[in-house]
Write a protein that binds this ligand. Structure first.
Ligand code: ZN
Length: 311
């Protein structure tokens, strides 16, 4: 088609479109590049991927839950079914480490499910549902409370049963559950009056050597208690109360934890060849009030997915 640039310019001048048209075109192009970049990162870039991590605590087989962090089995089943139907596949901590260290492929829409504190309900209520749906989860156990009926420091009866490693072992063998660390004995606040420490934080006036020793001893105590009782490797820990610092994280890395988890709600980007992406990872707190549909849309946001697909 014949096209006269001079005529076009004259037309632009006559219509007084001036600088607006080129600016709009530029903005549209920028937007297009942004979208193309996101689509590329989400669907085609195999050197990195987003990983939503969910956090649960206790479960109850009842009609209703008395508080948000206690999720009914019916709600958990709804949430897990919705995730599965949306195309999500659960992964383990060894899998995400293998992806980051060796580039071993993860499922296309991975999600990591975690549960804190080591409640018996994780095995009696949640694990059967996970098994039925072909899913898995990682439980962060408080070492000193494992299998105990009374809190070792106060002597008070434990709030809810804490499973012994032996009870988890058959689930670990089946690949439904993995058991990792929620520290051995640092799931405490200074106000409890035992250690004087808030989680893994440094005490006032504590010197470098003592602090390092405290974190290394705690890690070693957890390792020894778990040794020979759970078949998987000890690789990860979740920070009690979500209290963490760069300094603590560096020390815990040296102590042997390849991955650490916070309670900060933020997305995670796993990058092949960069172990730092496995540190202080964000998690989404999932409560009983969250429907399956709500959960999928939250997880979609943390996965960078713009639309739902069933596979
Ligand atoms: Zn906890």
């Amino acid at each position: 088609m014949y096209f006269n640039i001079q005529e076009a310019v004259t037309a632009m001048q006559r219509k007084k479109v001036g600088w607006k048209a080129p600016l709009m075109i530029l903005l549209a192009l920028l937007l297009l590049f942004q979208i193309a970049d996101l689509v590329y990162l989400t669907y085609f870039d195999t050197s990195g991927c987003r990983l939503p991590v969910l956090m649960y605590h206790h479960f109850v087989d009842a009609e209703e839950s008395s508080e948000g962090t206690i999720v009914t089995t019916a709600r958990f089943r709804e949430q897990m079914t919705a995730l599965k139907e949306a195309g999500y596949q659960t992964v383990t901590i060894p899998q995400i480490i293998d992806y980051v260290e060796n580039g071993t492929a993860l499922p296309r829409h991975p999600v990591l499910i975690t549960m804190d504190d080591g409640y018996g309900s994780n095995l009696t209520e949640a694990a059967p549902i996970l098994e039925e749906l072909g899913m898995c989860a990682t439980i962060f156990v408080i070492g000193i409370n494992e299998g105990e009926e009374y809190y070792p420091h106060s002597g008070e009866p434990m709030w809810q049963e804490r499973f012994a490693f032996e009870k988890a072992a058959p689930w670990v063998e089946k690949g439904v559950i993995d058991v990792q660390s929620h520290t051995y004995d640092m799931h405490q606040l200074a106000s409890y009056g035992y250690s004087g420490r808030d989680g893994v934080r440094r005490l006032d006036g504590e010197n470098d050597a003592d602090y390092r020793q405290a974190l290394f001893s705690d890690t070693e105590a957890f390792r020894q208690r778990r040794e020979g009782r759970v078949s998987t490797e000890l690789l990860a820990m979740a920070y009690p109360f979500g209290y963490y610092t760069q300094e603590a994280d560096q020390l815990l890395k040296e102590a042997g934890y390849a991955a650490t988890f916070t309670i900060d709600e933020r997305p995670n980007w796993l990058q092949v060849g960069d172990g730092s992406c496995l540190r202080m990872m964000g998690r989404l707190n999932v409560t009983d009030g969250c429907s399956g549909e709500d959960l999928v849309s939250r997880v979609n946001r943390y996965s960078g997915r713009f639309y739902m697909k069933s596979n």
